[in-house]
Design a protein around this ligand. Structure first.
Ligand SMILES: NC(=O)c1ccc[n+]([C@@H]2O[C@H](COP(=O)([O-])OP(=O)(O)OC[C@H]3O[C@@H](n4cnc5c(N)ncnc54)[C@H](O)[C@@H]3O)[C@@H](O)[C@H]2O)c1
Length: 339
């Protein structure tokens, strides 16, 4: 039997406990230490995880030579410093998204990881989501025809962050998904945003990414919307894809309706544009928990030296580069920014 990868976890607020559950149930990993600066948070988990050591000081994880890999689940503004220390201490790191506040910091972390020969992966969890992977396959096979445009809605009430705005928090998912579906990075952006709750921190943003061949992705993100929405729509020339992540039973619909060119019975060369109705297919996909898929991939990358994480630091840097361009457009009142 192969030995289990020994893990530490930093940050057990809203998201970190998911990793505690996943590691505790894993056959290929074990959890040795959890660290959080909030002693109150730690005490909630210490009772239920007797074999795990809990502390308020991340040095306890950094200095524990038996820990090979660490998951960083702290607020974004702390990712750079914590991840850098861990890599320099010789740990593999799975850091939550986005990797850092700036693309320069992402690049620096990439260099440090490469020099140290350690795996640095970022929690862009939708890259491990069965629906996104299926959509990617359909688009790459040209099953939906040409991609005409995409629309994303990621809205609801909070959680409202203090260290980053809604763009770095929520749109980081959509920027990652959009580039992945297109198999390319966006070339420019126009975005507007507003700060209704906290001064200087956008809680709502309206983003238009442009890809090659004038394919646009419209992304709406909000922390202050009354309805929770997690929608990804891809309109193709033959079919449309609708991913509704809030739905429990019908996450992906493949809609065969669309626009259609029909030659009219009239003169040569004339045609009329009409819409056509068609089947709606709900594919029977297996839906493994994406975070478990992400975690297992990280463990495989640690165990297999030659395996490169799908969401490696280069992927994470390109996401943050796009987020920076969105931010710049918002600060310049919707000016078009080249990426
Ligand atoms: N992939 C996803 O869908 C998803 C969902 C939610 C959050 N996240 C990401 O997870 C990360 C954490 O988000 P959250 O919602 O859990 O935040 P949170 O504020 O609820 O929790 C963060 C925890 O980190 C602790 N902490 C802060 N600074 C620390 C430090 N220097 N050392 C040790 N502990 C520290 C805090 O006490 C807190 O308990 C963020 O990067 C966020 O973007 C990802």
């Amino acid at each position: 039997m192969q030995s289990k990868v020994n893990f530490g976890l930093i940050g057990c607020g809203y998201w970190g406990p998911n990793f505690i559950r996943i590691i505790q149930n894993s056959r290929s990993a074990k959890l040795s230490r959890v660290c959080d600066t909030d002693a109150g948070r730690l005490s909630q988990f210490a009772e239920r995880n007797e074999r795990v050591l809990f502390s308020e000081n991340i040095e306890d994880i950094i200095n524990d030579d038996k820990i090979e890999a660490v998951i960083v689940c702290t607020p974004v503004q702390s990712h750079f410093e914590i991840t850098k220390k861990l890599l320099l201490a010789g740990k593999h790191v799975l850091c939550e998204k986005p990797l850092a506040n700036t693309s320069a910091h992402c690049e620096e972390l990439d260099r440090i990881a490469n020099r140290a020969g350690k795996k640095l992966m970022v929690g862009h969890v939708f890259e491990y989501n069965a629906v996104v992977l299926h959509m990617k396959k359909l688009i790459a096979a040209h099953d939906i025809g040409d991609v005409l445009y995409m629309q994303f809605a990621r809205m609801g009430l909070g959680p409202i962050r203090k260290d980053v705005n809604v763009v770095f928090d929520l749109a980081s998912h959509d920027v990652s998904i959009a580039a992945s579906l297109m198999g390319a990075q966006p070339i420019s952006v126009i975005a507007n945003g507003a700060c209704f709750v906290q001064p200087g921190i956008e809680d709502v943003a309206f983003i238009q990414l442009e890809f090659a061949n004038q394919v646009f992705a419209n992304i709406n993100v909000s922390w202050i919307d009354p309805i929770k929405q997690r929608i990804v729509k891809v309109v193709g020339s033959k079919k449309m894809l609708l991913f509704d992540d809030v739905s429990t039973t019908e996450k992906l619909k493949i809609i065969e309706a669309g626009k259609d060119y029909q030659v009219s019975s009239g003169d040569f060369g004339s045609f009329q544009l009409s819409t056509k109705d068609g089947e709606v297919i709900i594919p029977n996909l297996l839906h493994p928990e994406p975070l478990i898929e992400e975690f297992n991939h990280f463990v495989n990358c640690i165990k297999n030296k030659d395996l490169v994480p799908v969401t490696n630091a280069k992927h994470a840097t390109s996401v943050v580069t796009t987020l920076e361009a969105i931010q710049s457009s918002i600060h310049n009142k919707g000016a078009k920014i080249a990426i």
